[in-house]
Design a protein around this ligand. Structure first.
Ligand code: NAD
Ligand code: UDX
Length: 462
């Protein structure tokens, strides 16, 4: 029986290994982590992350050929193939702070592998890493190698949160990079055979190591550029009377451009894009978030001081509880900076997480939950509630910051009746039917759409 061990039981390691286990009954998969609470949660009825379809997959194979453990060294020593799926956040201090990847977790995992291994290993980079990381890892592993042969492969993960299980079941492609030597090719083949249990062969791409590492960064840069391009268009739309949805549809019909990933938004979030992409795009993304805050403040007579503002959605996208780099953090901080009373509702994000995110300095929120300070100072202007109606009661404005389906289905008449007037909706995800809301009496702002007369008369603060 082939034994796989995955170091890092996070958003990538957990779902990816669960899918390998469910698709490959002949392989034993153990996911290890230094965080005991995370491993305990993976072994409980309440998994540590929310992801549609994940519970079923984990329940189907946990205890059979899928295990979660904190006994990192034992399982690494026993494995034939070791995936490393630890977090690789942006450095917050020292050389390259705010730009370069922090490979501390990766390096310590590699040193541990070198220390405990007694047999040949295939070590797979699952984390997103800078190009040439494999070379550095190879040096760590072989420095003290005791005659053990290590083959390093790059097998970047392309799943998106919220659709992780679908993406893993039917990946557009699986990418495996390895050394162009007989041993390297053999290792690539061994990993290819794992995926071939459910992924058609033509969708498994094999390349050299550096192409695989670079392709992951390139894909994220292209995707983030697309969103920033459409977001830049949204500002033009608002200035000219064009409608960004119509523009997206029209350009997406061009087969060279394609229709996906062209939704204008309050800005992209998530743990990956920000850290993996080009400076220029980050600037547009920051501009989009501050433009949104400016629109809210300027529409409400240039001040939100003391006014209740309801925030619907805090996760960086729907169908996840993940808040890393969520635009909601910057938008809420902007509103709090103008002294608003912010009342937040998200179906999956806990109050504790929201308070911690809002108390964090920029960059701190890249770190995994258990490494963050446990008792953040509470933010008095913020309340977190478990119902959209509670959040909006008595509010002057509603800001929709995540595209949760339930926000389309709310009883907006009831919400309107319980709000201060004039009642505003700022739709940062273009999810509500703006015309219906206008009929009710709301003043509605949708990203990149023709502006209501009210908003036209209140030009955004520069
Ligand atoms: P995460 O923070 O959710 O999980 C990482 C886990 O690794 C944590 O639980 C942490 O405790 C554990 N860990 C850190 N050092 C360890 C060590 N030495 N030994 C054992 N466990 C250790 O991170 P994630 O979102 O799963 O991301 C992992 C990697 O995958 C990152 O490089 C990320 O860029 C990449 N990635 C993420 C996504 C995504 O959607 N989240 C998608 C593709 C790629
Ligand atoms: C991304 C990549 O898509 C994935 O391939 C990679 O493995 C990890 O990073 P993820 O961050 O989980 O995945 O979600 P994604 O669907 O890419 O969304 C990222 C952000 O962009 C979200 O905040 C989302 O709301 C936003 N977005 C996405 C838009 O604003 N408009 C769009 O058209 C698409």
């Amino acid at each position: 029986m082939v034994k796989i061990c995955c170091i890092g039981a996070g958003y990538v390691g957990g779902p990816t290994m669960a899918v390998i286990a469910v698709k490959c009954p002949a392989i034993e998969v153990v996911v290890v982590d230094i965080s005991k609470p995370r491993i305990d949660a993976w072994n409980s009825d309440t998994l540590p992350i929310y992801e549609p379809g994940l519970d079923e997959v984990v329940k189907a194979c946990r205890g059979k050929n899928l295990f979660f453990s904190t006994d990192v060294e034992k399982h690494v020593a026993e494995a034939d193939i070791i995936f490393v799926s630890v977090n690789t956040p942006t450095k917050t201090r020292g050389l390259g702070a705010g730009k370069a990847a922090d490979l501390t977790y990766w390096e310590s995992a590699a040193r541990m592998i070198a220390d405990v291994s007694k047999s040949d290993k295939i070590v797979v980079e699952k984390s997103t890493v800078p190009v040439k990381t494999a070379e550095a890892i190879e040096k760590i592993l072989t420095h003290n190698s005791k005659g053990i042969n290590y083959q390093i492969l790059s097998n970047p993960e392309f799943l998106a949160e919220g659709t992780a299980i679908d993406d893993l079941f039917k990946p557009d492609r699986v990418l495996i990079g390895g050394r162009e030597t007989p041993e390297g090719r053999k290792a690539v083949q061994a990993l290819k055979e794992v995926y071939a249990n459910w992924v058609p062969e033509e969708n498994i791409i094999t390349t050299n190591l550096w192409s695989a590492e670079l392709s992951k960064l390139a894909a994220n840069a292209f995707l983030a550029q697309r969103i920033s391009s459409v977001n830049a268009m949204s500002a033009l739309c608002e200035a000219t009377g064009a409608n960004v949805s119509e523009v997206s549809y029209a350009i997406g019909k061009d087969s060279r451009i394609g229709p996906k990933f062209l939704n204008a938004s309050v800005g992209f979030g998530g743990s990956c894009f920000q850290k993996d992409i080009l400076n220029l795009v980050i600037k547009i993304n920051d501009y989009q978030k501050s433009r949104f805050v400016n629109r809210v403040v300027s529409s409400m007579f240039n001040t939100v001081s003391g006014k209740k503002v309801a925030v619907l959605g805090f996760a960086f996208k729907k169908d996840t509880g993940d808040t890393r780099e969520t635009p909601a953090i910057d938008v809420c901080k902007g509103l709090l900076g103008d002294k608003a009373q912010v009342s937040i509702y998200d179906p999956q994000v806990t109050e504790d997480q929201i308070q911690r995110d809002l108390a964090m300095n920029k960059f701190d929120w890249d770190h995994p939950m258990h490494l963050q300070p446990t008792s953040p100072s509470s933010v008095k202007q913020v309340s977190v509630v478990w119902d959209a109606y509670e959040a909006t009661k008595g509010a002057h404005a509603v800001c929709i910051l995540t595209e949760w389906n339930e926000f389309k289905e709310l009883d907006y008449q009831k919400i309107f009746n319980n709000m201060q007037k004039p009642a505003f909706v700022f739709d940062g995800r273009n999810v509500v039917n703006a015309d219906k809301l206008r009929e009710i009496g709301f003043i509605v702002y949708s990203i990149g759409k023709p502006l209501d007369a009210w908003l036209k008369d209140m030009p955004a603060i520069a």
